[in-house]
Design a protein around this ligand. Structure first.
Ligand SMILES: [Zn+2]
Length: 91
């Protein structure tokens, strides 16, 4: 009997960690919790979370880097536009 059969109704598959099992390694640096301390709900240690947050803030403020490009693409997509200067086939 699988998860879907025991639920008694149409279930859904979960994509995340199973409940009741605590993550033991950071998702980014893969250090064990004994080395890096507690992990966030998303599975990041404090060092990685702060580094990502700083890179995100600096990148968006300076208009450079992958976080800014992602933000720019998503802002364009929110109004139905597409950024043409990043296309590979543009000549
Ligand atoms: Zn980490």
């Amino acid at each position: 009997m699988g998860y879907l059969e025991t639920s008694g109704r149409v279930g859904r598959l979960r994509c995340g960690m199973p409940r009741g099992y605590m993550r033991q390694n950071c998702r980014i640096c893969e250090r064990h919790v004994s080395e890096c301390g507690d992990l966030s709900k998303r599975g990041k240690c404090q060092d990685c979370a702060l580094a990502l947050m700083e890179a995100n803030a600096v990148g968006i403020a300076a208009h450079t880097g992958p976080f800014f490009n992602y933000w720019r693409e998503r802002m364009a997509a929110s109004v139905g536009a597409k950024i043409l200067d990043d296309r590979q086939d543009a000549a």
